[in-house]
Every structure is written in C-alpha cells, then in structure tokens.
Design a protein around this ligand. Structure first.
Ligand SMILES: Nc1ncnc2c1ncn2[C@@H]1O[C@H](COP(=O)(O)OP(=O)(O)OP(=O)(O)O)[C@@H](O)[C@H]1O
Ligand SMILES: [Mg+2]
Length: 444
C-alpha cells in the first residue's frame, strides 16, 4: 500500500479560503475532483464556515483558552452558556495595514494566527478523510482583496494569507485568482472552445475573469494570453448584509438616536453602527473601550433602552444570531418577492416583512459598482458583450436575482450558466494543482 506521502505526490489539492465558506478539494489522476465533507447539524457539508470561536474553559482548576472552527465552532458557540468570542469574515482584514490583530481573553493574536487556526483544521480534517499528508496546495485569492486600494495593498494581503498558510503547516502554496479557478472548473465540463466570462460573487468580493477555455487550450497547454482580463471589487454578500442591518436593525439599537452631554444634544457616534454592519468588525467590537464608551452614552441617552439593547448585543456576542437572521431573509428574498425578517437579542424583538424591491433599492449603489466593474473589464479588454460565448456565475451571492440581472441585460438569459456555487473555486484550484503537477513531472 502507498504511504500517505507517496499518495500525496499523486494528488493535487485546491483550497478556497472564502470570506464566509471555505472548501478543500483534491484531484486524482482521473481528473475526478473530490471535496472534503464536514459534519454539521446531523448531515455533511462541503462548505466549511470560515469562522473561529474562542472560549475560556475551566480545566484542572485553571482557565484554558480553547478554540474551534467551522461547524464545530458554531455548535460550541450555540451550546455555551457564557459566550466567548466568535469571529467571522476574517479574510476581509487581510489588506488592512492598521489592524494587525486583536486581544482575546488577555492574549494577543495576529490576523494571520486566527486565519491559520481555520486553515490548520481544514488541512487536518482533509488529511484524515483523504488519508494523505497535505503540505502543498493551490490556493485562491480574489482579484482585489476587500479594502485594497492599489496593487501594493493586494500584494500585502496576499503575503499575509501566505503567512497564515505557513503557520498552519503548509510548506508550499501557489496562488490562483478565484475566478480563473472557477474557469478551470467550468472548462472541465466543456467539449468545445469558448471565450467565457466568469462572475464569482462571494461574501467579501465579486471577481471577474475573461478566459479562453476548452479542449484546444488544454491540448496545446495554457498560455498567459488565455486570460484576457481580470477585475474585481470588494463588494459582495457582506456588503448586502450591511444594508439589511442598516435598515432593519441599527435603528432599534440606537443608530441616529440622541444623547444630552454638557447641556448639548448630540447624536450617538455612528462609527459603532458602521462596525455593527460589517461582520469582520462586529467580531472585534467587544473591546473594553467600546463598552465603556457605550455605558457613558447609555447614561446620557434620550433612548437608553436602545443603547441598552446594543450593549447587551455586544456583550453577549450575538453577531452569529444576527448573521443567521440576515442570511435567512436574504436567501428567502432570492426565492420570493417578499420575506420575513426576524431577530431578537433578548432586549429588542424585531420583525419586518421585506420586499425584494426594497432590498434591491438598499443595495442599488453596490449593484452599480459591480456592473461598472463588469463593463470596465469588457472595455479594457476590448471585448464586446457579443464576443463572449458564455457567462458562468458562481459563488453564494450569485443567487441574488438583481446580481443575475446585471448579466441577463448584457448577455441574455441563454448565455448564462451556473452551478456548484459554493465549491466551483476549490474544484478549479484542485484541477489547476493537477496541471501544475503534470507539467512538473513532464519537466523532470
Ligand atoms: N441563496 C442565497 N441568496 C443570496 N445570497 C446568498 C445565498 N446563499 C448564500 N448567499 C451569500 O453568499 C455569500 C457566501 O458565498 P460564498 O461561500 O461563495 O462566499 P466566499 O467564497 O466565502 O467569499 P469570497 O469569495 O468573497 O471570499 C454570503 O454572503 C451568503 O450570505
Ligand atoms: Mg469565494
């Protein structure tokens, strides 16, 4: 029987570390791709929630800090009587030059440490399932990381992601653009050549690639000119969620409310609500400084019950519950013209019927920026919409009807394909890893 190491030399691993969900795929010699599966709530999923839960546990008379990731993180968080810290959307911090890390129960962690914790679990769980050692992989990156303003920011974010992989025990990683990876996956189903436009809409970013794919390209070997162009924006599902929170939740937690300070009427600082809207910032709101500031606001507030509800929300780390409520209404609105939003934080009970049309109005700016990104990719590449043979839409946010509409109006419904929304990138990364392995072995 092959040893795990010799087996590892025959398989190729692709890892999609997503803002919301991660997947890990491996391709064997037959081009057949398998995905690691993870138990969650009595069934199996191949989308591993990219979240980390840390909690102090009393062991042997002392407090020990323990951590869990993915589905186990969720289960642990839900069953804890006293909540620890649940951190989501960590990928969105990678380009930030001001936020290097955070303190959790008195210990300082860098963003790379926190991401590495998730990546290590992914590796170990996949190693167990596939019966191999995983030390190298092709990993995805967005065209532009959330918050990146220039190429230097993207390079910085990529460097940090590489460090996180190294900390997690990966010895050699190679990057591929996420939409290009999705193109590899799409190509694996093709029996003819096409110029395709990929649109990958995730939690943090929307990414686009124009790529020549098909049997001719595969036979002759890929050349850089096959990728006609890439583009991307740091706007996707998390930005849509922010608008849902702004309209349905923040006002009940005191956004825009007033306080009396030194005889003057002031508005509650808005930056708290800006952080409340963003999953990655929300996870870090629970610092002593913020809570002390809010207690001061509470004492002077003209609507103290709302600020009390906000303090309760932050102290109890209810971000996961909010995420679930927002996710539910968003998913329901992808399928129905009207959906119910429901959230309770123990102090406020929120319930509202939301029309899809209202949601689309709230995210109108974001949709405009996504559409502008697609148009500029086409024009900078010198490609007319009629030159594109097919459009492949993937990623969880591609389910949003208004996102699909951007493509329907430009390319027509007949030229739109979709599928494997949560795993196409990981599948394509594994196929790319297989290509790399084959060309390495030919070169030897
Ligand atoms: N049916 C649906 N309708 C609308 N949005 C959805 C639906 N299903 C999932 N989403 C959204 O898709 C996003 C997650 O998609 P995905 O897993 O592709 O992202 P990701 O790969 O983790 O992120 P990124 O690629 O930006 O790093 C979340 O914002 C989620 O709320
Ligand atoms: Mg993704």
């Amino acid at each position: 029987m092959d040893s795990p190491t010799s087996q590892a030399s025959k398989v190729a691993i692709g890892i999609d570390f997503g803002t919301t969900n991660s997947s890990i795929a491996f391709a064997g010699r037959s081009d057949e791709v398998q995905l690691a599966k993870f138990p969650y709530l009595g069934s199996l999923t191949d989308a591993y929630r990219s979240l980390l839960y840390l909690q102090q546990v009393r062991e042997g008379g002392a407090n020990t800090l323990k951590s869990w990731t993915g589905p186990e993180g969720i289960e642990q968080y839900l069953s804890a009587d006293v909540k620890g810290r649940l951190i989501q959307s960590l990928k969105s911090f990678l380009s930030s030059r001001t936020l290097h890390g955070t303190e959790v129960f008195g210990r300082r962690y860098t963003i790379e440490d926190l991401i590495a914790r998730i990546l290590r679990d992914l590796r170990e769980k996949a190693e167990q399932q596939f019966g191999i050692n995983i030390r190298s992989a092709v990993i995805g990156r967005p065209v532009h990381f959330v918050g990146a303003e220039n190429q230097a920011d993207d390079g910085y974010a990529e460097g940090r992601l590489r460090s996180a992989f190294e900390l997690a025990g990966y010895e050699s990683v190679e990057f591929e653009m996420e939409p290009v990876a999705a193109a590899h996956y799409y190509e694996s189903m093709l029996d003819h050549d096409e110029l395709i436009l990929i649109g990958d809409f995730g939690g943090g970013t929307s990414d686009f690639s124009l790529v020549h794919v098909g049997p001719t390209v595969r036979r002759r070997g890929r050349v850089s000119g096959d990728i006609v162009g890439n583009a991307g924006v740091g706007i996707a599902g998390d930005s849509f969620d922010a608008k849902i929170i702004r309209h349905l939740v923040s006002p009940a937690l005191g956004a825009g409310s007033q306080l009396r300070s030194l005889g003057k009427i002031l508005t509650v600082p808005n930056w708290v609500y800006i952080r409340l809207e963003r999953w990655h910032h929300l996870s870090l709101l629970r610092g002593r400084d913020v809570l002390n500031m809010l207690r001061g606001v509470h004492a002077q507030s003209l609507e103290p019950e709302k600020i009390g509800a906000l303090i309760h929300f932050i102290k109890e780390d209810l971000g996961f519950h909010l995420h679930r409520a927002v996710q539910k209404v968003k998913v329901d609105l992808s399928n129905n013209p009207v959906a119910k939003f429901q959230f309770s934080d123990g102090f406020v009970d929120l319930e509202a019927m939301v029309e899809r049309a209202s949601f689309e109005e709230w995210i109108c700016d974001e949709l405009g920026q996504i559409a502008a990104c697609v148009d500029s990719l086409l024009s900078s590449s010198g490609v007319m919409p009629q030159d594109v043979d097919m459009v492949f839409l993937t990623g969880g946010s591609s389910f949003v009807p208004a996102v699909r509409k951007i493509f329907e109006t430009r390319f027509g419904e007949n030229r739109i394909r979709s599928g494997n929304e949560f795993t196409s990138v990981a599948r394509g990364l594994a196929l790319k890893a297989m290509d790399v392995r084959m060309s390495d072995s030919k070169a030897r």
